[in-house]
Each structure stands twice: as C-alpha cells, then as structure tokens.
Design a protein around this ligand. Sequence first.
Ligand code: NDP
Length: 427
Amino acid sequence: MLGCGAIIAFCPLLVIVVQVAMINFEGSILDALWAVVQMGPVEWATRYAPRPTSMGFQIYGAWVAFQVLLYAFLPAPWSYGQRTPAGHLLGYRTNGLFAWFVSHAAYFAGSYYGWIDPAIIAKNWLPLIIAFNAYGYFLPLMAYVKAHWAPTHAEDRKFSGSIVYDYYWGVEFNPRIGEWFDFKLFHNGRPGIVAWTLIDLSFTAWQYQQNGFVTNSIIIVDILHAIYVVDFFVNEDWYLRTIDICHDHYGFYLAWGSMVWLPTMYTLQAQWLARFPNSLSPLAATIILSVGLMGYVIFRSVNHQKDLARRTRGDCTIWGRPAEVLTARYTTSDGKQHQTILLCSGWWGVVRHANYLGDLFFSWAACFAAGWTGGRWCVVPFTYGIFMTWLLVHRCVRDEIRCGEKYGSTWEEYCKRVRWRLVPGVF
Ligand code: NDP
C-alpha cells in the first residue's frame, strides 16, 4: 500500500522534473534536482513548475469531448474481448483507426487553412500537462466511486480493504456507462494514443517554426511512433485480448498512465528534438531506422502468432509447421471450467515474451534517434526506453505469477519447454 501511495504522489513530480530539466537545465535531471536542494521546494516550484491556464483546459476539454464523439458516432465494427473472471464476454466498438484518421485529417486541414497553429500543442505544453494531470487524478476517483455505487458487473469487482490500493489498482474490471461506453478501451485507446502522433507532429512543426528546418532525427521518431500507433489501431481487436483489457482492473495505474504518462513521456524524443535539434549522419539514421523497424516486425509477428493460435484454438500453421500447443484448463469465479491453449512453437517456443523484446528494440531505437545532443549523450530522451525496460520486465514477472495461478501444472510444463522469458541464456 505504501508503494502505491508513493507512486500516486511521486509520478506527477517525475513528469514535472523531466520537463523542468529539459526546459531550464539543458536536459540535466541531476541539475534540476540539485536546484531543489539549493533553493528549497517552494522557491523551485514557484520559479519552474508549470502553471494551469484556461487555454490549456479548453484545448484538453475540447480534445477529450471530440474523442468521445468520434468513439460514439463513427461507424464501428463490433469486437469481443476475453471472458472476464466472472464469466462475462464483453463487446466493444472498435473504430479507433477511423477516429485516428479523422483526428489527423482535422489537424492537417486546420493547419492548412490557418484555423489552428500546427504547433498549438507544443506552445501550450506545460498548461496541457496540468490539464492531463487534473483528469488523470479525477478519472480513477470517478471509477472508484462508480465501483461502489453503480458497478457494471458487480461480480467482477476486487476489493483489497485499502482505499489507496483500490484507487491505484482499481476495483471494477470493465467499468462502463450504458451498454458499450467502455472506460478502459476509451481512455487507454483514444485521447492519449491518438494524441501521441499529433503531439509528435506539433513539436515537429514547432522545430520548423523556430529553426526553419526539420531534422532527420525527428522525422525518424515521427515515423517509428506513427507505425506503432497505427498498428495499435489496425489491430484494435487484438488489443481486447491483452493484459490491459483482460487482466488489469481500472484504477490510477491504467487511468493516469494513459492520460498523463503516455502523452508526456512517450513523446519525449520529439519534445527534446524540438528544443535541441540534432541531425543524424546517413549511416546512423539508417541503422536506427532499421533496428526500429526490425523491432516492430518482431513485435507484430509475435503478437499475431498468439492471436492466430488462440482464435483457431491451435489449428493453424506457425513458421510453416502445424502449431504446437498445450491445452490449459482454468476455472472462473462463477465455478465454470474453461479450456484454452498455450502456444509453444514459433516465437512462443523461443522465449515466453518475445513480443516484449521486439517492443524494446523499437523503443530504444527511437531513444537513440534523439539521445545525442551537443556532442554528448543525454538521459532525458532515453527515459522512455528505461521506463519500457522496467515496465516490460516487471510485466513478465507479474504476468507469470498470474498465469501460474490460473493454469497450474500446465503453466509449469510450458515454462519447462520454453525456459527463458526474454533473452535465451540471460533472463
Ligand atoms: P501479451 O499479449 O503477451 O499477453 C500475455 C497473456 O497472454 C498472458 O497473461 C496469458 O493470458 C497469455 N499467454 C501467455 N503465454 C501464452 C502462450 N504461450 N500462448 C498463448 N497465450 C499466452 O502481453 P501484454 O498484454 O502485456 O502486451 C501486449 C503487447 O503490448 C506486447 O507486444 C507489449 O510489448 C505491448 N505493450 C506496450 C505497452 C506500451 O506502453 N507501449 C505497455 C504494455 C504492453 P491468458 O490469461 O489469456 O492465458
């Protein structure tokens, strides 16, 4: 519980310290922290901390409302998640790709006709971060209250007995308003992720406005991030069967993460390059782009193999051979027995989380595109890679404890057949 409380209090400070370091201390987090010691937190905050503005709240409010409208009214295929612990099979409106295109078309049209400044996000960045945080704290509070007073599926709730823990990890599994407005899919998969590429573009426009040129490094970052984001929406149906949707309850961890952490920390490379423009040599640019694309190909093909094997219940071909699977049984909290498969061939026979490995190549490539500035390596653009490494290693461990409890001896057998989690011979 103490850990959860510390994260709730500490994470927004981390976001702010990174911004202050980038804007006021040439990217040195140590110098920014040393200044706190020297001048005291109050004077430090008075001098450097971001201030709210009504413009920041208006832009953000309009953005979230726009995304709600797109989610609600754009035509949407109907997709299904995985059975919840209480045995519900939920349907979802998966029109994210359409929403992404409409949002970007609106941004380009608005910039072209002069209705908006293409650098509007970059120029209102600090007040926007305040607005992200206000919503990022309010949302889990709303989810917590709703879980007690108007739960969507009461049997899928989880209470720990601690308010802090429940606020952090969440109580409800899939909170909804009405039949289909799903808090988790909407907030995890719309305002933050659609904004990701727009934030990159806005900082790219700002780099151009300040310098009269656009560096190849920021273009590489934009390309890599756009691939990741568009891939997410093309495969939105697949996302319904990942840990976020299938296993995590809805609290601060997911809500603040998608509303604040994602837009501020995942876009750091573009923010950095807008402030410290740095071009890469053709060789460095080619290597970085190739490693990023290789990471993406691994990431996508691993995820595809699992999805295919699960959809066909193992009756499919992986790497040109019939899939090898283990049949696993589990019981939901309503007492019913279910059966599924664990894939043991293809990528899933090499290591148990090759998709995370692909993601790491991809994440670190984007960091390297931005990390070399003024003849030295800087930490700030690498924050995303460091965070992703921590997140995915932690996920390996967390997920495997859950899978062990769910599948018992079948999971043990899988771990014997596929010995390593991420890197053969190392971890
Ligand atoms: P996975 O898609 O790997 O899902 C893990 C789940 O898959 C397990 O809980 C288990 O669930 C099932 N599973 C485990 N082993 C097998 C197997 N051998 N065969 C079939 N099913 C298996 O993980 P995530 O949901 O964490 O990640 C999905 C993708 O999203 C990854 O590529 C990851 O890199 C990326 N990601 C990106 C983040 C970001 O912020 N950019 C954050 C988190 C993830 P079950 O109960 O169904 O059996």
